[in-house]
Design a binder for this molecule. Structure first.
Ligand code: SF4
Length: 381
């Protein structure tokens, strides 16, 4: 078996990555939110310039898949026109901001996001994976979501917290972005580019005194699928939906859609009775809490990923109802969809499947070289 290839580069709209099904064009909706019109436009563009498949990423972004090199310039121009991509490639690359879903125009999330976006040019050049989090509601819902520079609610007001630090720096709203820029310059001037991420960096370099004196506020319960107040949260199996699924979400009558980092899209102002209709529309969209597919992980596998040698997602759908929650089906030992241990991991290897218990995709399997039928039979699926 050949070792999996590790790439240290994030695809963007201006600089897409080639995958097994064509170019992957990443779209970063502003603070994770699209209007229903923007979502419909994206769905149409995905069909006209891509293969109609759209990823929902762990950074609350969307990715148009299957784009050819010839159609990329036209897609990019249309995305810029729709206000979904910055015309300036550098600013688009720097606009890596995950915001707590449910924000609305003029609230603190919107104000902080606007202020940060206006100052992106004042940030130093940083590694591609660096990102920001805005999580200033009564309780922090983005705890555990990747983001190096974090504006959060503290026990007694707004704080700026370096990812990996237990405590943060108290700031006023007016000071927040200046303080974040100061922290970003401290990061690069103390060798952060070599560390790559803030959490790794502060494991060996101490933050300035005064930047770790305020406790973060409480953590909110994880968002679940289903109706919440005036919104409806819809799970996306394995983080990939079709253009028609996205159009169906817009038909719920929602005003805006919040893309979350948890393979979930929140439909704001959706007609509540729409949940069953959405779930019946597609085996991809999930509105029933506790559906085991939502707790399962599966990368695109073969043939979408050149390194995958087996089909993954149909296998995961069939196994999810038969095995403990947290199933992981991986196209190869790299384990992109879930780098952590899982109760059961099924891993592709040279066109057949290995089975790992309580481990990662790269761990020693308890069974090797099974056919698809043998795996399904082994777990009664
Ligand atoms: S784990 Fe899946 S997505 Fe990652 S390289 Fe392997 S086949 Fe591709």
């Amino acid at each position: 078996m050949s070792a999996p290839l590790v790439r240290g580069w994030c695809p963007g709209a201006h600089r897409p990555m080639m995958s097994g099904d064509g170019l992957v064009v990443r779209v970063k909706p502003r603070l994770g939110q699209l209007t229903a019109d923007q979502a419909l436009t994206l769905a149409q563009l995905s069909k006209s310039h891509g293969n109609g498949m759209i990823d929902v990423t762990s950074r609350a972004n969307l990715q148009v898949r299957g784009v050819s090199e010839a159609s990329h310039p036209r897609l990019l121009a249309a995305l810029i026109d729709a206000g979904l991509v910055d015309a300036d490639p550098e600013m688009d690359a720097r606009r890596a901001i995950v915001a707590a879903p449910g924000w609305s125009g003029g609230d603190q999330t919107d104000r902080l996001g606007t202020a940060l976006e206006a100052r992106l040019g004042d940030l130093p050049a940083m590694p591609a994976k660096i990102g920001h989090v805005i999580d200033t509601g009564p309780a922090r819902i983005l705890d555990g979501v990747s983001g190096d520079f974090r504006l959060e609610s503290g026990e007694s007001g707004l704080i700026l917290r370096a990812d990996g630090a237990l405590r943060g720096r108290p700031v006023t709203e007016d000071e927040a972005v200046d303080a974040l820029i100061e922290m970003a310059w401290w990061f690069v001037e103390t060798g952060g580019r070599e560390s790559g991420r803030m959490k790794r960096h502060i494991a060996s370099v101490e933050l300035p005194s005064g930047w770790t004196c305020a406790d973060p506020g409480p953590v909110a319960p994880r968002l679940d699928v289903g109706p919440h107040g005036g919104s409806l949260s819809v799970g996306v199996a394995f983080g990939q939906l079709r253009a028609d699924d996205l159009s169906a979400l817009c038909a719920s009558g929602c005003s805006t859609l919040d893309v979350t980092p948890w393979r979930m899209i929140v439909l704001n102002d959706a007609t509540q009775a729409y949940d069953k209709l959405i779930e019946s529309h597609s085996h991809v969209l999930i509105t029933t809490p506790g559906n085991p597919v939502l707790a399962s992980h599966a990368c695109p596998g073969a043939p979408l990923c050149p390194q995958g040698t087996v089909e993954t997602r149909d296998m995961a759908r069939r196994l999810a109802f038969q095995v403990p929650p947290g199933l992981h089906v991986s196209g190869c030992a790299k384990g992109c969809a879930h780098p952590d241990p899982a109760p059961l991991t099924v891993v592709g290897c040279d066109g057949l499947y290995d089975v790992v218990r309580d481990g990662r995709a790269s761990d020693v399997p308890e069974a090797r070289g099974l056919t698809r039928a043998q795996v399904l039979e082994r777990f009664g699926a």
